[in-house]
Design a protein around this ligand. Structure first.
Ligand SMILES: Cc1cc2nc3c(=O)[nH]c(=O)nc-3n(C[C@H](O)[C@H](O)[C@H](O)COP(=O)(O)O)c2cc1C
Length: 333
């Protein structure tokens, strides 16, 4: 699989998730295998162009994550082109445009999914970016703004014509937010219609679902919440694709992942102005991941509550270490 000139070892991707897919998390997922591309959390085009510290921090990545795509949001063609140049100068492999975010704070600025309501303008944004940089420009969109306007097939075609090197489609409308189910038939239809690679996104919780989606003719899959619940899901899907049984993940493996995440976060450069302390910031990060990671886990709600009420980072570590030993899991029953 290739996106423009960038080769992906696997068509399985960690979907961008604001607040969640930081460089530490992406590195750990990548180390477990099966992952062909990682995408940063969305970053503001305005912030990139103005060199705002916090924006640059969100766009940070490490060499071991390559190939890396930096996702930007905004609605002004010139600013988006300038931001794409910043992304290119940061050494990223791909720049991705967010046309899927339904959050009013983003959408009301003519960015995110509201760009889908103005396809001609959206195409101008993409064309300005592809002209400004040599790295591939990709677009992530939803099925449309609402049920009356499911225009992803049209916009995807326009994006391709404007020079986009790949498209990702989350098969829900902005109005749906996360309700209902992602429409993978729509994704497959778009994939059939375009010559560039099309990635689908939505509701892959089990590795088998990823393989089933690809069998419908969708060349690649972005997995979001499924990776937060099970960071091994891409590796397990790759096992299935290779005709092997999906690897087993033990309770200890799951605990180890969280402990390693803590260590990587502690080594991260953070904007001290927005955190009471580095430890506190790490605790908050663990709480955010914990709310997803504990889903579907036996006694997961116990762990979630324990992490949320732990008053120090050491307490979070102890809670994890205890829970993820066989004895800890049994005593939580
Ligand atoms: C917490 C969270 C944050 C997200 N942030 C972004 C984002 O920054 N950019 C984006 O394009 N999509 C974002 N998404 C959407 C996901 O990339 C993905 O398309 C969507 O969650 C559906 O896939 P899933 O069912 O595998 O999670 C976010 C989703 C979640 C749950």
């Amino acid at each position: 699989m290739k996106i423009g000139t960038v080769s992906l070892a696997s068509p399985l991707v960690v979907a961008p998730m604001a607040g969640m897919t930081d460089t530490a998390f992406r590195r750990l997922v990548k180390r477990h295998g099966g992952c062909g591309l990682v995408v940063t959390e969305m970053v503001s085009s305005e912030g990139l162009v103005r060199g705002i510290d916090r924006t640059l921090e969100y766009a940070e990545y490490t060499e071991e994550e390559r190939p890396v795509s930096i996702q930007i949001f905004g609605g002004d063609p010139e600013k988006m082109a300038a931001a794409a140049q910043v992304v290119e100068s940061m050494g990223a492999d791909i720049v991705d445009v967010n046309m899927g975010c339904p959050v009013p704070k983003i959408a009301k600025h003519n960015a995110g999914c509201s760009l889908m309501r103005e396809p001609a303008h959206a195409a101008t944004v993409i064309a300005a970016m592809t002209k400004a940089v040599k790295i591939p420009v990709t677009v992530k969109m939803r099925a449309g703004w609402n049920d009356g306007d499911r225009n992803a097939p049209t916009l995807a075609r326009m994006a391709q014509d404007a020079g986009a090197a790949a498209i990702a489609v989350h098969g829900r409308t902005a109005e749906q937010s996360y309700s209902g189910a992602a429409d993978w038939d729509l994704v497959a239809r778009i994939a059939r219609d375009l010559t560039i690679p099309v990635f689908g996104s939505g509701d892959c919780i089990e590795p088998e679902q990823i393989i089933e989606r690809m069998r419908t003719g969708v060349p690649g899959v972005l997995v979001g919440r499924g990776v937060l619940r099970n960071p091994w899901i891409l590796a397990q899907a790759a096992d299935l694709a290779a005709g092997r049984a999906p690897r087993t993940v033990t309770l200890e493996d799951r605990g180890q992942f969280l402990l390693e995440y803590i260590e990587l976060l502690l080594n991260e450069r953070i904007d001290e102005a927005r955190a009471v302390s580095h430890d506190r910031w790490v605790v908050n990060k663990l709480r955010a991941l914990g709310s997803w990671y504990t889903k579907g886990l036996e006694n997961g709600s116990h762990l979630r509550t324990a992490i949320n009420s732990a008053e120090s980072l050491q307490k979070v570590r102890d809670t994890i270490a205890t829970f993820f030993t066989a004895e800890g899991a049994i005593s939580a029953v």
